[in-house]
Each structure stands twice: as C-alpha cells, then as structure tokens.
Design a binder for this molecule. Structure first.
Ligand code: PLP
Length: 339
C-alpha cells in the first residue's frame, strides 16, 4: 500500500551494507571494519540500526520495535520523509502555517514544492481544504509549534482516512500534553508516520536523537536510505539512559506544566500583554500590545524569546519557553519594567 507513494527508484535501491550488517553472532575478533583495535569506549562503529535503543523506546511507547526508527534529531526524520516520498521538481508537501519551519525548509532543500493552507482561527486544520490537496506528504504538528495546541483527534482521523498520501504527525511536545499519542492509530493507518524527539521533555537537545513510528515497510525504507551510521554511540547511550530514569523526567514534566500555568496567569495580568494562548506544550504563545518593543527590551536585559509575529495569524506574537521558576520570575519582573 505504501509502495504507490514511494519514489520508484527507491523501490529498486540496493542499500549499502555495513561490516556490522554482514556479521551476526557472538562477539569475536573484529577485523572487518578498519577500526583502531585499541579498546576505548568509542573505537568501534555503532550498531547501524541501534537495536538496543529501538527496543527500549518500543517498550516505553508500547509498540513493536520493528515500527521504531531513531535518527539524528527529528530533523533527520523530516529529511528522510521527503527523500522517500517526494520526487524533486514534481511532488509537493503540504504544511499548515503557522507551524514548525523545518518542514518547508527541508522540502525546499530538495527542490520539492511547498503548498500552504493556513490553520483556522482556533489553530485547527481546515479538513475540507486539506483533503482537496494532491500533495504526497502532509505535516501536522500536535501540539503545534508555535501555537501550543493539540490538533483535534477527530480531524487527525478524518485526514488519515481520506488523505491520498502520507500523513506525518509531529509530536515533539506530546509528553507535555493531556491528549493521547497518534501512535495508537498506526495499526489501522499504514499511511501514518508519528515523529517524536528526545530534545524536549527528555532533556537531550544536545544529543540529537529523534524518533519515527510507522508501519514496518516505511521504517524499512528509512533504514535503506539513511546514512549507514546515522546515530553515534554517545547519543544512543544518552537516550537509553534517559529511558531508565522516567520517574525523574515525569517529575520535570509536571514541574514545567505547573510553572507554565503560573507564568500564563502572571503574563495575563501585565498591561503589555494582549492575550496568552492556552498551551499543551512547554512554551506559551503570547500576543503583546507592542511585540517589537517587548522583544527588544527583553533582549537588552539578556532574555531571548522567539519572535513569531510575521507568521500568518500571529501578528504581535512572541513564543516564550517555560524556564525554571527563577527564570520565569526574572521574565515577569523584566516585563513589568516596560512603561
Ligand atoms: C523542537 C522540535 C522538534 C525537535 O527537533 P529535533 O531535531 O529532534 O531536535 C521537532 N518538531 C518540532 C515541531 C519541534 O518544535
């Protein structure tokens, strides 16, 4: 079923076979990969398919390990999706602004056209319009960056049932949200790819570990076209370790959500603030009376936020990450200094 969306030459591709792909069996004397033989933590090539990590992720997310892919950040997954499904110069991707900028950039890098359908006033996809598109690949972001809201489940399901292409649901912020992951829809929808990441709730932005969950025929395509050793051992180990301290991470998530609600209340009371949008993520989208002035004032005081005011629907809006309680207090104090 997936094959009709794949680029034809990828169906025929014979992938590079690494030394580690060709050897299966007990550890022995490895004279196959031209490594330096003197043992250190890092002298051997890593497992090209990161099986230990994929199994641990599969247990954590309650899914088969054959439906898990790990890459160098979600950005690698986004790039692989375009390389797998979009023929440069003829196929299109569909994005729903205001949303994450990497989808359009990654498509443009490959000379793949980008169709845009702006979200409605509640930051939800216009399902009827989306279903009229003939794009190969649709990127939904839930909770959406930078608006912070979940995409309604019924909209995701209708799109999955009727969209004639691959539907990507980017769940970088799902661990902060009350809603359930779209992973549960994978069994019934082979055209679905769910993206998650270790960069946000798991606290490993520097390690660069992104995840894709999909039907095994899609994971198999990613494995065939990815760089052979796409994830280094230090990063894979850091991710594995994080999965071993889920209690600590759950507590951090709870603290961030608590601090988000306090910050939202305090921001809403300031004269310079017009509106604080509800958030299911670890950031707040805030409309200011004079966003440019607020941005410059904060910058001068050493506080950096993200200016999203030039995106559709987001006039006057800045995106503010929830920091520690002390950082959030500094933010509020600094905003109060604006006259
Ligand atoms: C932060 C973020 C990511 C994470 O990207 P990584 O490459 O995994 O660090 C993915 N998608 C969205 C929407 C994000 O905001």
């Amino acid at each position: 079923m997936i094959n009709r969306y794949l680029r034809p030459h990828i169906l025929k591709l014979v992938p590079y076979s690494t030394a580690r792909d060709e050897y299966h069996g007990p550890a022995g004397i490895f004279l196959d990969a031209n490594e330096n033989p003197f043992e250190s933590r890092l002298n051997r090539y890593p497992d090209p398919r990161q099986q230990a990590l994929r199994k641990a992720v599969a247990d954590n997310r309650n899914i088969s390990h054959e439906m898990v892919f790990a890459g160098s950040g979600s950005d690698e997954v986004i790039d692989l999706l375009i390389r797998s499904f979009c023929e440069p110069g003829s196929d299109k991707v569909l994005v729903l602004p205001p949303t994450y900028g990497m989808y359009a950039v990654a498509a443009t890098v490959h000379n793949v056209a980008v169709e845009e359908i702006v979200l409605n006033a509640d930051f939800q996809p216009e399902v009827d319009k989306v279903l009229c598109s003939d794009a190969r690949l649709l990127f939904l972001c839930s909770p959406n960056n930078p608006t912070g809201n979940l995409v309604e489940r019924s909209r995701i399901e209708t799109i999955l049932d009727q969209f004639n292409g691959i539907v990507v649901v980017d769940e970088a912020y799902i661990d902060f949200a009350p809603g359930k992951s779209a992973i549960a829809l994978l069994d019934t929808h082979p055209n679905l790819v769910v993206i998650q990441t270790f960069s946000k709730a798991f606290g490993l932005a520097a390690a660069r570990v992104g995840l894709a969950f999909a039907h095994r025929s899609i994971i198999d395509v990613f494995d065939r076209i990815k760089l052979p050793y796409n994830l280094g051992n230090p990063s894979a180990s850091a991710a594995l370790k994080a999965l071993g301290r889920t209690k600590q991470i759950e507590n951090q998530i709870k603290a961030i959500i608590r601090n988000r609600e306090i910050l939202a209340q305090q921001l809403a009371m300031l004269d310079c603030v017009e509106k604080v949008f509800p958030s299911d993520a670890n950031f707040l989208l805030v409309r200011f009376v004079d966003a440019a002035r607020v941005f410059a004032h904060l910058l001068k005081q050493g506080i950096i936020v993200r200016d999203r005011s030039r995106q559709p629907l987001l006039e006057g809006c800045l995106r503010i990450t929830v920091g520690t309680a002390a950082e959030n207090r500094r933010l509020i104090e600094t905003l109060k200094m604006i006259v």
